[in-house]
Unconditional design. Structure first.
Length: 322
């Protein structure tokens, strides 16, 4: 697979009996990827302990969507990051990328690993930077199901440390973990049992808007850092640089023209994502996409998609940069 340009692999430490792999499997995988120079992406949560907490919570009659967040504490994420970093070191300093870091506790473990010189990297997501349990959950009825994703919504106190981690290069990327479901006929499968609510939320359409508005406009990050954490760093980390992630002779002419003054209100009524709600409903942002060029071809103009189905090309990726 690595020889064919597939140079990163994702594993889960969560979801026992579904996706979770044990420590031995993680070690064997990392032992191999360390020799190849490939990257292991890790969803880091202690799945077995979380499962025990979930069962205790359901037995106590606590079944609403809010308990999805409350049964997945930050320490369960931090412990898993600590453990997988240790395994990566045992396996020969395997390149490791912690996906969707949601809280300060887990971020501190990434920071500690990087300070020790280990090739460990991390990302956070837009929802963890702008949404919180206090501000966005506790809604009437079943509305909280819209905010059931994993790792879950966190307390607001985690937001500032995550912004600081992005600024100081403790975390290198902002992604979305985009995993959309419809509220009307999919999220409602969990009525009466939060464990049956499909995990995930829509967000890819609003990533750049939210990071620019709440990052650059609010003074958390510079304009240059905005470009790094949304475009350049992903290309470097996932073996696409310099074909992607830079404007230079010989690189793909992937160009986003940004209007810093454009005002936009995020709402499900006008979004392109094929879902019936937005987790950022009503957010007002300043700064939006003006045009997008893919390999020199105009594919988005003022919100209108102009691309053609089938124009995509397989991207043979090289080895990631640590």
């Amino acid at each position: 697979m690595v020889a064919q340009g597939i140079t990163s692999f994702k594993i889960f430490m969560a979801y026992p009996n579904l996706l979770m792999v044990d420590d031995r499997t993680i070690y064997k995988l990392m032992e191999r990827t360390a020799k190849l120079g490939a990257l292991v992406c890790v969803h880091a949560e202690n799945g077995t302990v979380i499962d025990a907490i979930v069962q205790e919570t359901l037995a106590a009659g606590k079944t609403g969507p809010l308990y999805h967040a409350l049964t997945r504490p930050t320490v369960a994420e931090a412990e898993a990051v600590h453990r997988v970093v240790a395994i990566s070191e045992l396996a020969g300093a395997a390149r490791t990328y912690i996906v969707h870091v949601s809280c300060e506790d887990a971020m501190r473990e990434v920071d500690a690993a990087r300070r020790r010189g280990l090739p460990v990297m991390g990302e956070t997501c837009t929802q963890y930077l702008v949404l919180s349990i206090e501000g966005d959950m506790g809604k009437p009825g079943f509305e909280d199901a819209k905010y059931v994703f994993t790792p879950p919504m966190r307390e607001k106190r985690n937001q500032q440390p995550l912004w600081e981690a992005l600024k100081s290069d403790v975390l290198q990327v902002v992604s979305t973990d985009h995993c959309p479901f419809r509220f009307s006929d999919q999220k409602t499968l969990g009525l009466g049992n939060f464990t049956k609510i499909p995990n995930g939320g829509p967000g890819i359409e609003n990533r750049m808007q939210l990071v620019y508005h709440h990052g650059v406009n609010s003074g958390h990050i510079s304009l240059e850092r905005f470009v790094e954490i949304t475009a350049e760093n992903p290309a470097r980390i996932f073996g696409m640089y310099p074909q992607k992630g830079v404007l230079a002779p010989g690189s793909d002419a992937d160009i986003l023209i940004w209007d810093p003054n454009a005002k936009y209100t995020i709402t499900a009524a006008t979004q392109s994502m094929h879902t019936d709600y937005s987790i950022f409903e009503g957010f007002q942002v300043e700064g939006n996409v003006h045009r997008v060029y893919s390999r020199g071809e105009l594919v988005v103009d003022h919100g209108r998609f102009l691309g053609q189905v089938g124009r995509g090309r397989y991207l043979h990726r090289g080895l990631p940069e640590a």
